[in-house]
Design a protein around this ligand. Structure first.
Ligand code: 5AD
Ligand code: SF4
Length: 510
């Protein structure tokens, strides 16, 4: 699109654009397309190991600071670590104070409407900063930037935004920033179709106790309510040797816990055409690494195979907590959600897992108020929750997402019914969490100490192997260690305990 076309399309921001801008840089105007993002081709996945910051951009951020606000899931949190890595490579310094930032990025989440509204609200709050400091650059990235409706809304209403870039464009940040500095118009670079993996992107990790490690990107499941397959592209797995090397490196650097990340980790390896290697194989290799704890998220019941269950049953550093989103307890609703399993199949999987790992703790995600959900079908969700004995759930009211198949269904459950169902479900979830906590009283658990408790800086907090929050008093030197804590009080969502001592051998023997 040339400048004249952009002017006609109303894409040039308030100020007069520099007439000669095109001689300085290649114009960036690649808007998103959910329709394009939906396509799944047969193209090979390309792996790149050649990321490097071009010489012309080095020092771009000298004496400048950046601030990133992250919304949404752990995948987004981890992307923020990569974005911070690239910005640091450009010479920027991180700041927690939004007022002293020269570059502010909102790494956004598109999963539900209220997540999006929070981002629009935040953009509104940032406007006065932009008026005070016209040199400030404000950017929107993450899942929302993959949606054309969002990009159009920003173009129309939020002229404080200088750049929008997509989930597949993170490695292009140096170019995007460069263009945003040079141009007086909004720079938009959102690729809708991406099948590549870039291995060597720099990262500034948050903390040095727990680390996120991507094992795959994207999702091909296309559950009818979900925007993720459109915002994150097709399923593509990192090569096992790259993941193993990253985990080894983290172990050598003293990290105690790894969270393996993917939108649908159970599809790991499905896209390899040269090797037969799936999540079970990966976990079996990772469990041999000398690191105390390895978790993974998020699972899809459909691809949860027997080999993975056998490997998880070996224990060691593979923890006996599995987050297994069920979404609904009604086979009819599961069908229109396109989850590709029935209530009975889910229960069968759960019993297989419990048989192989008798100590397992299961947690889940549930959506209430999906189109056409009857009271009886909702009751089936409650009964399934009890039958499985889930210990925790993230619960949501269905939110139509433009471009998904469910958004074309009539959203025919009144809001007050949705809210009432959510409340009933939450009461059950809280009650079952409290029940699951009770047996801990008097027992000693291993806690990975993460830091001070949020409520009281004199108290330390950390998580057990089953991801239960434990608060206790102990010397600050215990932060980052795995310690034994005797539980003296069990609450609904946390445990209070007494510090006993450091666990000498943190790694569980194979
Ligand atoms: N509305 C409500 N909840 C949703 N989720 C995903 N899409 C939607 C939607 N459109 C929930 C699912 C998923 C979790 C990450 O978010 O429960 O597992
Ligand atoms: Fe969305 Fe998860 Fe379904 Fe993929 S598997 S479409 S990320 S809910």
């Amino acid at each position: 699109m040339n400048e004249e076309q952009r002017l006609q399309a109303g894409l040039i921001k308030g100020k007069q654009a520099d007439k000669d801008y095109s001689k300085y840089f290649e114009a960036v105007y690649t808007p998103p397309s959910l329709k394009e993002a939906k396509k799944r081709g047969k193209e090979e996945i390309e792996y790149h190991n050649d990321f490097q910051i071009e010489e012309r951009f080095l020092g771009m951020g000298t004496n400048h600071k950046f601030h990133i606000r992250t919304f949404g899931c752990q995948m987004n949190e981890h992307d923020t670590e990569v974005i911070a890595g690239i910005l640091t490579g450009l010479g920027y310094e991180s700041t927690d104070n939004v007022k002293e930032a020269n570059v502010i990025l909102l790494n956004t989440c598109a999963i539900r409407e209220n997540a999006e509204n929070r981002v629009f609200g935040e953009l509104g709050h940032l406007k006065p900063l932009k008026l005070e400091n016209p040199d400030l650059l404000i950017g929107v990235c993450g899942c929302m930037s993959q949606e054309e409706s969002v990009v159009n809304k920003i173009l129309k209403t939020y002229d404080q935004v200088d750049m929008i870039f997509g989930t597949h464009n993170i490695h292009r940040i140096p170019n995007i920033l460069h263009e945003a500095y040079m141009s007086k118009e909004m720079v938009i670079e959102v690729w809708s179709k991406e099948g590549d993996i870039i291995e060597n992107l720099p990262k500034v990790r948050h903390g040095n106790i727990k680390a996120w490690v991507n094992i795959m990107y994207g999702c091909d499941k296309f559950c009818t309510y979900c925007i993720v397959p459109y915002t994150r592209g097709k399923e593509r797995s990192r090569r096992p040797e790259d993941i193993i090397q990253e985990v080894r490196h983290l172990a050598a650097n003293g990290y105690k816990e790894i969270m393996l990340l993917g939108q649908n980790v159970n599809a790991y390896g499905k896209d390899f055409d040269d090797i037969e290697y799936r999540l079970g194989d990966l976990m079996d290799d990772l469990r041999k690494i000398d690191i105390p704890r390895i978790r993974f998220t998020t699972s899809h019941p459909r691809d949860f195979d027997d080999h993975l269950i056998q490997v998880l049953a070996k224990g060691g550093n593979l923890l006996d907590h599995i987050h297994l989103p069920v979404q609904s307890g009604s086979s009819d609703i599961l069908k229109i959600m396109a989850r590709k399993y029935s209530r009975e199949q889910f229960l069968e999987l759960v019993s297989k897992i419990k048989k192989a790992i008798p100590t397992v703790t299961l947690t889940t995600d549930i959506i209430v108020g999906f189109p056409n959900e009857t009271d009886e079908q909702f009751e089936e969700t409650l009964s399934l929750y009890k039958e499985v004995g889930f210990e925790m759930a993230y619960t949501y009211i269905y939110s139509p997402r433009e471009g998904t198949p469910a958004a074309k269904m009539i959203d025919n459950i009144p809001m007050e019914v949705k809210k009432e169902r959510l409340q009933r479900l939450n009461e059950l979830v809280n009650g079952m969490s409290a029940e699951a906590m009770k047996p801990y009283k008097g027992k000693t658990v291993k806690v990975l100490v993460e830091g001070e408790s949020k409520r009281n800086p004199e108290v330390l907090a950390g998580y057990t192997e089953k991801n239960k929050l434990v608060n206790f008093r102990a010397p600050r030197e215990m932060i980052g260690k795995i310690v034994n804590v005797k539980i003296i009080e069990a609450k609904t969502w946390s445990l209070d305990g007494e510090f006993i001592g450091v666990v000498e051998k943190e790694k569980v023997t194979l």
